[in-house]
Design a protein around this ligand. Structure first.
Ligand SMILES: Cc1cc2nc3c(=O)[nH]c(=O)nc-3n(C[C@H](O)[C@H](O)[C@H](O)COP(=O)(O)OP(=O)(O)OC[C@H]3O[C@@H](n4cnc5c(N)ncnc54)[C@H](O)[C@@H]3O)c2cc1C
Length: 375
């Protein structure tokens, strides 16, 4: 058993955890970032890296552009094509966005974090227990080989992580949770390398199908639905995904000569339309652990990076003031509300309206088409 003592533990080495560590460069704090798996590792995702994530990373990582250039396995995306029934429109993105397999993107971020002074990264360390005393936490791994004590925790261990249930006391709410499947394909026809594609309408229920171009001639194709709908209608998501791909006119054509590359895998996405506990005495939660994915698109990497950055600012406030109380952590909640609240609220309302009134998506599509860009 190795026993260690740190100021801060960041639990989880995904975008939220690494963004937090990177934001604390020069803080002088002794930091342990604890990660369950060994990198490079995959994460079931659509691999669309939102412009907001890139924007914040540029602000917090000195020389980000130079370093990101070294990641060759990425594609710059310029916009998206939205298909609704048999119509479509194109929207151009202002921000610099990419697709990049999480295998490479997350590894890139963790490697950046591993170069930070006073930050130790523990990989293959699956935290199974968090014990609390009056002024500290102790985290113990499943194997029992590592025991780490700290004054504060940033819980960034994802959707089914320990921190959201154990520290926050949160439970998954199916009304605010999407289940999604994705697989990689080769040989998909009619795909432009700089455009992500979304398909919605009568064949897709309340969810949507995506086709995202990936470096190396691959596409990431997936489909997601509200978990509430899946359980109440007893839907088999993997079967529905395959049926949509094989039977829906435009998709059938695209995938006619395609071959699947790797397994079809499923994971959950916790939406930012609910209000879980995201902070308390000596802890804050970030990213999926704080249920911050966009309620409309399910995208969560941008908000993971933003909240990881906000969590770091809260860590600095706590260590400077010596105040780790539940009350002090309200500043973190206020910051999250300021940075993400408006968009999360707006998209939650849009999602709810779309689900409640079947005519709305048609109108929304016409509205979107009116403000579309030429391809
Ligand atoms: C099918 C699917 C498609 C998606 N597509 C997109 C997309 O295209 N674009 C987008 O922006 N978002 C997408 N998302 C959402 C996105 O994947 C998440 O919002 C994002 O990964 C959240 O980042 P995070 O750092 O909070 O959590 P994660 O990326 O889940 O990272 C958590 C980390 O914590 C580690 N961990 C967990 N438990 C422990 C433990 N006990 N001890 C130590 N370490 C632990 C994990 O190994 C992991 O590395 C998609 C999600 C799914 C499921």
């Amino acid at each position: 058993m190795t026993e260690k003592n740190y100021d801060l533990v960041i639990l989880g080495g995904g975008p939220a955890g690494t963004a937090c560590a990177l934001s604390l460069l020069g803080s002088g704090l002794r930091i342990a970032l604890i990660e369950k798996q060994k990198f490079p590792k995959d994460k079931v995702c659509g691999d669309a890296i939102p412009g907001e994530a890139i924007k914040i990373l540029k602000q917090i990582v000195p020389g980000f552009d130079r370093e990101f250039l070294k990641v060759t396995q990425k594609l710059r995306t310029s916009g998206s094509v939205f298909h609704y029934n048999n119509r479509f429109f194109h929207k151009h993105w202002e921000n610099e966005a990419y697709t990049c397999r999480r295998l490479y993107f997350d590894n890139f971020l963790l490697e950046l974090a591993s170069g930070l002074p006073m930050t130790t990264i523990y990989q293959e360390s699956d935290v199974a227990e968090i014990k609390r005393t009056a002024e500290s936490f102790t985290l113990i791994t499943k194997s029992g080989s590592l025991e780490i004590s700290c004054k504060m925790i940033v819980g960034a261990d994802g959707v089914n992580g320990l921190s959201t249930s154990l520290l926050g006391g949160n439970k998954i709410s199916r009304k605010h949770h999407v289940s999604a499947v994705r697989a990689y394909f080769k040989g998909v026809s009619g795909v432009r390398e700089d455009l992500t594609e979304f398909y919605a309408g009568r064949h897709y229920g309340s969810g949507y199908f995506w086709i995202f171009p990936i470096y190396g001639g691959l596409v990431n194709a997936g489909y997601g639905l509200l978990s509430d709908e899946i359980s109440s209608a007893d839907i088999n998501l993997k079967q529905v995904f395959t049926r949509i791909m094989q039977e829906n006119g435009p998709l059938h054509e695209k995938f006619r000569h395609a071959g699947q590359y790797g397994p079809l895998e499923s994971r959950g996405i916790p939406l930012g339309s609910c209000k879980p506990v995201i902070s308390g005495e000596r802890f804050v939660l970030a990213g999926d652990a704080a249920s911050l994915a966009d309620p409309l698109s399910g995208a969560g990497i941008g908000n993971a990076v933003v909240s990881g950055n906000s969590a770091a600012m809260q860590v600095l406030r706590c260590f400077r003031s010596g105040d780790f109380s539940e009350q002090a952590m309200k500043a973190y909640e206020a910051d999250i509300k300021k940075r993400l609240g408006k968009e999360l609220r707006r998209n939650a309302v849009i999602r709810k309206t779309i689900n409640s009134f079947p005519l709305i998506p048609n109108l929304a599509f016409l509205f979107g088409k009116k403000f579309s860009d030429k391809i």
